[in-house]
Ligand binder design. Structure first.
Ligand SMILES: [Zn+2]
Length: 465
């Protein structure tokens, strides 16, 4: 069967006809508060709401004529059978990040359509694209009226947001498709995802007493992958003069105690330049105080020097880049008391590099400054060069529909595609889409939902024909 035999204007028309039904099903799916929760027993490893969202989704797929499977509540599948058993995967997810209802104009799990926008937690990440890609397959099937060559397996993960437990479980028990896409990022295509290294630099010391400006405690940061927007230190004055405040540093005296608060701006660790690191600011401020020599002051001064560049690793000595990506590294979470300190850091390295060289650089750095290094997580990068056949087909599907010739993107990393060889992250966000993933008042526009479905139908055809 040749390309010319599929008239995509007919597939598009079919999708327009199906749109009201597609939107109705998306609104129903959005009403499940499928945030990860403790296991609710067999078949619900990530809590009852996630399991219910999966059941809903599988019933929907069955009603559309697709046979389904449920891998014990970790991941569900729905197959659009082709003439061969060879598989193409479309991997999306049903779990969502928590939503603080106070920050939302309308309740996050009572989805609403306003001004052409579908509001609800998960509208963009990732229930909207899940429904769009599913209907893209259905519209294609119902228009061409014969099976594609390959079987298209829609895969609904249940734990993308917190550790990929769904995919890990599925891969232990099933053979995954060898090619496919994950509609869980941006158009035109994500061709590379940086490597990720989460590490800890810690030190311990003998507690001293009575020294002027003695550091008692520091707390900063909430998560390793977030640029901290607040950092606080408590010092004992012990007769020292009150230091001068500085921009975005406030000082409060309480008897012999001095409270120092630094503020900044939060951002995701993959784009630290969009934030302003309060912890780096606090470290720099503390380092210039006349602190007595001690384990704590040595640790603080070392960290202040190493993270003077709080985005790109220049002061840490690990700055690097390749043709398409550059390294980022941030100090994210610091806990320090009278006996020791622990700093957690998030590093993202270029897509053509490997993790071991960075691991070595970090170990020698830790040894040089008498700190302990612990690697919490090391994910190698993923990069599909311009010759990658899946990348070519996906990019062409986007370009055919939009006429936009923008080049593929390389991101800080972390989508499903990195964990599944042969898969690439593809849409649903367009260049014009506001960055609302994980934010309050998340929405997808009706137009973008339909446009994404039209692009996905071209992509599914190109991979499965
Ligand atoms: Zn997602």
């Amino acid at each position: 069967m040749s390309e010319a035999e599929v008239d995509f204007s007919q597939v598009d028309h079919k999708l327009e006809q199906l749109y009201p039904q597609m939107e109705k099903h998306l609104l129903q799916l959005l009403s499940y508060p499928s945030v990860e929760a403790p296991s609710a027993g067999t078949g619900a490893p990530f809590g009852q709401a996630v399991a219910d969202a999966l059941s809903y989704c599988l019933e929907l797929a069955e009603s559309l004529g697709l046979p389904t499977t449920n891998a014990d509540g970790y991941l569900g599948t729905a197959d659009m059978r082709g003439s061969s058993p060879e598989l193409v995967g479309v991997l999306s997810h049903l779990d969502v990040v928590p939503a603080n209802a106070n920050d939302w104009q309308t309740p996050p799990f009572s989805p609403q359509v306003r001004d052409g926008r579908i509001y609800g937690r998960g509208a963009l990440d990732d229930k909207g694209p899940l429904i769009a890609s599913l209907y893209a397959g259905i519209a294609l099937r119902d228009t061409i009226n014969h099976p594609l060559t390959k079987t298209v397996r829609f895969m609904f993960g249940c734990n993308e947001e917190s550790g990929f437990g769904c995919l890990k479980y599925y891969l232990q028990h099933h053979q995954p498709p060898s090619i496919g896409f994950s509609p869980d990022a941006e158009f035109p295509l994500i061709s590379g995802e940086k490597g990720i290294c989460h590490f800890v630099l810690s030190s311990s010391w003998q507690s001293v007493q009575g020294a002027p400006l003695q550091i008692c405690q520091i707390t900063a940061g909430s998560a390793i992958n977030i640029v901290p927007d607040r950092a606080e230190a408590v010092l004992e004055l012990n007769g020292a003069e009150l230091p001068d405040a500085a921009p975005q540093i406030s000082l409060t005296r309480e008897g012999n105690l001095l409270h120092i608060k630094a503020t900044g701006k939060a951002a995701h660790a993959s784009t630290p330049e969009e934030g302003d690191n309060a912890l780096a600011r606090l470290l720099a401020f503390l380092a210039q105080l006349p602190l007595e020599p001690s384990g704590a002051s040595y640790y603080i001064r070392t960290l202040a020097r190493l993270f003077a560049d709080s985005c790109f690793g220049a002061s840490l000595g690990v700055a690097s880049e390749d043709e398409v990506s550059c390294l980022t590294v941030i100090p994210s979470v610091l806990a320090l008391d009278a006996k020791g300190g622990t700093l957690r850091c998030d590093m993202r390295f270029p897509v053509t590099h490997t993790g071991d060289s960075y691991q070595q650089q970090l170990s020698s750095l830790a040894a040089q400054y008498q700190m302990q290094l612990q690697i919490l997580e090391l994910q190698e990068p993923m990069y599909a060069g311009t010759d990658n056949p899946v990348a070519k087909k996906l990019l062409q599907a986007y370009r055919d529909y939009t006429g936009d010739l923008s080049e593929p993107l390389v991101i800080g990393g972390g989508t499903y595609a990195k964990a599944l060889p042969g898969f690439l992250a593809f849409g649903p966000e367009f260049a014009h889409t506001p960055k609302l993933c994980h934010q309050a008042n998340e929405y997808i526009t009706q137009k973008d939902l339909l446009d994404a479905a039209k692009i996905y139908s071209r992509a599914i055809y190109a991979l499965a024909r």
